[in-house]
Design a protein around this ligand. Structure first.
Ligand code: G3P
Length: 219
């Protein structure tokens, strides 16, 4: 499963990119608004840092507006894929964009039927929102499992991005469910690499090897 970062913060993207594990970035209007910069500004910098796909979301609600915005976003860089909400207008936009060769990410997906329609429209990626389903008392990860299983049964090429990830166990469960990608907030990415036994183990190895150094120095 590929690891994407779910943020528009370029410092965080630079840091995680430096770890050598980052396959892409997803943004949304909320994440961009937190940075106090415009969408285009953010995206131009993000694509200069990241090697893989970068998702950028449209704000229009009508098909024509979505297509116009999508073309503008896609013209920033070939890595950009355009996030479009799963509505009737959004499906029509994805259909038109996929025939133009513009990569799309159908977002705000909360049901298997929405995921089926996203695939039928030709979406490159589909983003089920795990945490937001959990928030309303549904099982968000069950939706990821269902989408993966149905896409596999029917040979669907749309890639599944487990989105709205809230904690490290969501990432583990997304991987077990067979998601192609998990898009992960910075704080969760940092939690994932840390383990108290790793830290204690490093400390112990260094302490123990001090004895060898002291021995060598005393020769
Ligand atoms: O990838 C979608 C994500 O940004 C939404 O996350 O935590 O706002 O539900 P959240």
């Amino acid at each position: 499963m590929k690891l994407f970062l779910d943020t528009a913060n370029v410092e965080h993207i630079r840091e995680i990119q430096s770890w050598g594990i980052l396959s892409g970035v997803t943004t949304n209007p909320t994440l961009v608004s937190r940075e106090g910069r415009c969408m285009r500004d953010c995206l131009e910098e993000i694509v200069s840092i990241v090697d893989g796909p970068v998702s950028a979301e449209v704000l229009s609600l009508d098909t024509e507006g979505m297509i116009r915005e999508a073309r503008e976003l896609a013209s920033i860089d070939p890595k950009i894929n355009v996030k479009i909400p799963v509505t009737p207008e959004g499906l029509a936009a994805v259909k038109a964009l996929s025939s133009e060769g513009i990569s799309t990410n159908m977002t705000l997906v909360f049901s298997l039927n929405q995921a089926l329609m996203a695939a039928a429209a030709g979406a490159t990626f589909v983003s089920p929102f795990v945490g937001r389903l959990d928030d309303v008392g549904s099982d968000g990860m069950a939706l990821v499992r269902d989408i993966v299983s149905v896409y596999r049964n029917h040979g669907v090429g749309t890639q599944v991005i487990a989105a709205s990830i809230r904690h490290p166990m969501h990432v583990v469960q997304a991987a077990m469910a067979g998601a192609d990608i998990a898009t992960i907030p910075y704080e969760v990415m940092v939690q994932m690499v840390r383990h108290p036994l790793t830290e204690a183990g490093i400390e112990r190895f260094l302490r123990d090897y001090e004895k060898v150094r002291a021995m060598e120095a005393g020769k």
